[in-house]
Write a protein that binds this ligand. Structure first.
Ligand code: UD1
Length: 352
């Protein structure tokens, strides 16, 4: 087994993905043993090789990769019968809004069925500590900003509904069995990459999200950025979001995990992970152009259906209760995003 098991063995579902790999780096650095379970549906094993390269041979001994699917009880059974986990950080899931509208069953199957399977096995093996990957999508189109953890929750599409249901499912499980400790982390807009440029986001197909799209324009994979909406009631007419550096997000998971392991009476609790600052699409484009020295051609387009004008987080609760606060601003997010993209213009693949 690994070199320093005393901090705990953590199962990281979806650990080969964007947020999972970055969180795994920070967990390994903190001395945890990390067990990744991933079906590689929206990721590649190369990300795990890169992760090993990044943390070095010594810490790599504490990293274990298992190819498997949370929808498959046998895969989970095998894993839990081999290793006694101290906690689970559950990232595995699908996250493309448009796809969820076209194929809701895929979302219900992966996100809902997969998570319910996972919780069943966790209960069976008496591993009742969970950090769950939720999303600001649970605030829908917020009427009041910043979004507070106790603001009204609303799902806008099947993907959002899975996140909302999964928060409620977790709450019900915890109420019925108070031995569970559950932390829901509501991410705002994760961007950037590890400062080494060795790991980063590598979406399959044409990206849905703003930053990967800008990046692919910058490296010449896509001709121009469609800016969805230029008539919003904001200073420059484009929509506002709370972008958060993925390494800050990763540290937020470590803070949540430490709280989960230490605090007996945590019960069920949700935290926003954002910076508390809003940035418009056009501001983000300008910041990326500055960081990369590349011109990003844009086309002003109509609003994207379902998009909110402005979304940003209240960060007080995470600050007070987790002792966590984002360190990085837009400049660092764009710098590290560009470092990853310029070193890996085709992501983890070589040019096709
Ligand atoms: C989206 C999802 C959210 C999900 C998150 C996952 C919607 C409505 N929301 O958040 O549920 O949790 O991704 O990461 O899809 N934009 C452009 N051009 C583009 C892409 C985006 O102008 O090519 C704009 C959007 O209109 C938006 C902003 O950039 O104003 C951010 O978009 P995006 O990165 O897709 O994130 P969200 O929509 O906030």
């Amino acid at each position: 087994m690994g070199i320093t098991a005393e901090k705990g063995r953590i199962l990281v579902t979806g650990g080969a993905g964007f947020i999972g790999t970055h969180t795994a780096v920070q967990l390994l650095k903190q001395g945890f043993q990390v067990f990744i379970l991933d079906n590689l549906d929206n990721s590649v094993e190369e990300s795990v090789h890169r992760l090993r390269q990044l943390v070095g041979d010594h810490l790599s001994q504490n990293l274990h990769f298992h190819l498997g699917d949370i929808r498959n009880l046998e895969d989970l059974e095998k894993l839990f019968s081999q290793t006694k986990f101290d906690a689970v950080i559950h990232f595995a899931g699908l996250k493309a809004v448009g796809e969820s509208v076209a194929h809701p069953m895929r979302y219900f199957d992966n996100n809902l069925v997969g998570s319910i399977n996972l919780y069943k096995i966790m209960a069976k093996y008496n591993c009742k500590k969970l950090v769950f990957s939720s999303s600001a999508t649970v605030y829908g189109q917020p009427e009041k900003i910043p979004c507070l953890e106790d603001s009204e929750l609303k799902a806008m599409n099947p993907y959002g509904r899975t996140k909302l249901f999964l928060e409620e499912i977790a709450r019900d499980i915890q109420i019925a069995d108070p031995e569970w400790r559950m932390i829901m982390l509501r991410y705002f807009n994760p961007v950037g990459a590890h400062e080494s440029g060795v790991i980063g986001e590598d979406p399959k197909g044409i990206p849905n999200n703003l930053m990967p799209y800008i990046t692919q324009v910058a490296v010449g994979r896509l001709p121009e950025l469609n800016v969805y909406g230029h008539d919003y009631p904001t200073l420059d007419g484009s929509a506002i979001r709370d972008y958060i550096h993925v390494m800050d997000l990763a540290d937020g998971h470590v803070a949540a995990l430490e709280k989960l392991l230490e605090c007996k009476d945590i019960g069920f609790v949700s935290y926003n992970l954002g910076t508390g600052r809003g940035t418009s699409v056009l501001e983000m484009v300008a910041a990326f152009e500055k960081a990369s020295g590349k011109k990003i051609p844009i086309k002003l387009c109509p609003r994207r259906p379902g998009d909110a004008t402005a979304v940003y987080a209240s960060i007080e609760k995470a600050g007070k209760e987790l002792g966590w606060k984002a360190k990085y601003g837009i400049e660092e997010m764009c710098r590290d995003q560009w470092k990853w993209a310029s070193q890996n213009p085709w992501g983890y693949q070589s040019k096709p």
